[in-house]
Write a protein that binds this ligand. Structure first.
Ligand code: KG4
Ligand code: ZN
Length: 334
């Protein structure tokens, strides 16, 4: 079974070929440079760039896999959640390709892609496992069971964890995306420099907007000179303090959920899984709470099409193809 995966839900145009369990190619063309000057993704620019990139990216994925369209058995494409215009480019292309080749089309929920990205890197967590999805658009804690079943335990009520990193990085004068920059600065900083608020909700939901506002006020309540001096002298400490607040909340929820569900396996996926403090702290929680931690290769953590092909192959195996009139579902949840 050879599946072409296509992903275009936000600012990455991606295509991948999956044959059986093996990723034969995983091509990603990121638009970060395009959006950097605006400090975030501009939807109209994103969809136009997807249009420019979709054909060359799919061609590269087929070339790298040393295959051709005629050898594909199915096309799996992200149908949501995401930016409507961006999703439309990938879905329209995928639909036309599947139709032209007369092979099944599988519309994939982007978040299912993240959930099943764990299957692309050995060791694969046995089911059931607890999955923390942390990306620029999503923060979800999900219990994944046997047979492609999953139960959402909690999700963010406002900003996603990656979004909090990005917006706060902007306040600190770091570029976009800000998560990697905060991670870098935090390595040399003091996490106890300032005690930013941690919003801990009774259930497993998350909220990061209070943290963002508190950083905004912390900087705003100073003269320009004082703020510049603070950022100059303590940028690393501020990054470490903010990162510590975000990581505390995430790891605390993982610990509680692991206890409540009796989870022996915990996966962390999505772009924020690259964060070194988060990885260290989840590992510590794992040794204290007796669960094993799984983080896929970072190329499968960030938005990519291999995970879309993987989730699509699961659907196809369950006899679950999409109709040719499939439309984008920008607000779909897990
Ligand atoms: O999964 P992803 O590539 O795209 C989305 O689905 O959003 O995640 C991108 C997000 C961005 O918010 C970026 O700042 C964050 O992941 N990110 C990080 C790190 N690397 C990427 N956040 C914290 N620390 C990192 N090292
Ligand atoms: Zn994503």
């Amino acid at each position: 079974m050879r599946v072409l995966g296509i992903e275009s839900s936000c600012d990455d145009t991606a295509a991948a070929v999956l044959e059986g369990e093996t990723v034969q190619s995983n091509v990603i063309s990121s638009q970060h440079d395009l959006h950097e000057e605006y400090g975030g993704v501009v939807p109209e620019l994103a969809s136009r760039d997807h249009q420019r990139l979709i054909v060359p990216v799919v061609e590269s994925a087929l070339d790298e896999a040393e295959t051709s369209p005629g050898a594909l058995d199915a096309v799996a494409v992200t149908r949501g959640p995401g930016l409507p215009g961006s999703l439309l480019v990938g879905l329209s292309f995928g639909k036309a390709l599947a139709r032209g080749l007369d092979i099944p089309l599988i519309g994939v929920n982007h978040l299912e892609g993240h959930l099943y990205s764990v299957d692309l890197t050995a060791p694969v967590p046995p089911r059931p496992y607890l999955c923390l999805i942390v990306s620029g658009g999503h923060t979800e804690l999900v219990h994944v069971e046997e047979g492609f079943q999953h139960r959402v335990l909690g999700r963010t009520r406002d900003d996603a964890a990656g979004e909090a990193f990005d917006k706060i990085a902007q306040l600190f004068g770091l570029g976009y995306p800000g998560g990697p920059a905060i991670d870098r600065h935090a390595e040399d900083g003091n996490p106890s420099f300032h005690d930013f608020p941690r919003t801990r909700l009774d259930d497993f939901d998350f909220s990061f907007s209070g943290l963002k506002t508190s950083v905004l006020y912390y900087l705003r309540d100073r003269s320009d000179a004082e703020r510049d001096r603070l950022l100059d002298e303590h940028r690393d400490d501020l990054c470490a303090s903010v990162q510590n607040a975000i990581v505390d909340v995430l790891v605390d929820a993982v610990r509680r959920a692991a206890r409540e569900t009796g989870a022996e396996h915990v996966a962390v996926v999505g772009g924020v899984a690259a964060n070194r403090a988060l990885r260290r702290r989840v590992e510590v929680a794992g040794s204290e709470e007796a669960f094993t931690v799984y983080v896929p290769d970072l190329s499968y953590c960030m938005d990519n099409a291999a995970m879309i092909a993987r989730a699509g192959a699961h659907h196809l195996a369950a006899g679950d193809a999409s109709p040719p009139y499939l439309d984008v579902t920008p607000n779909v949840q897990l």
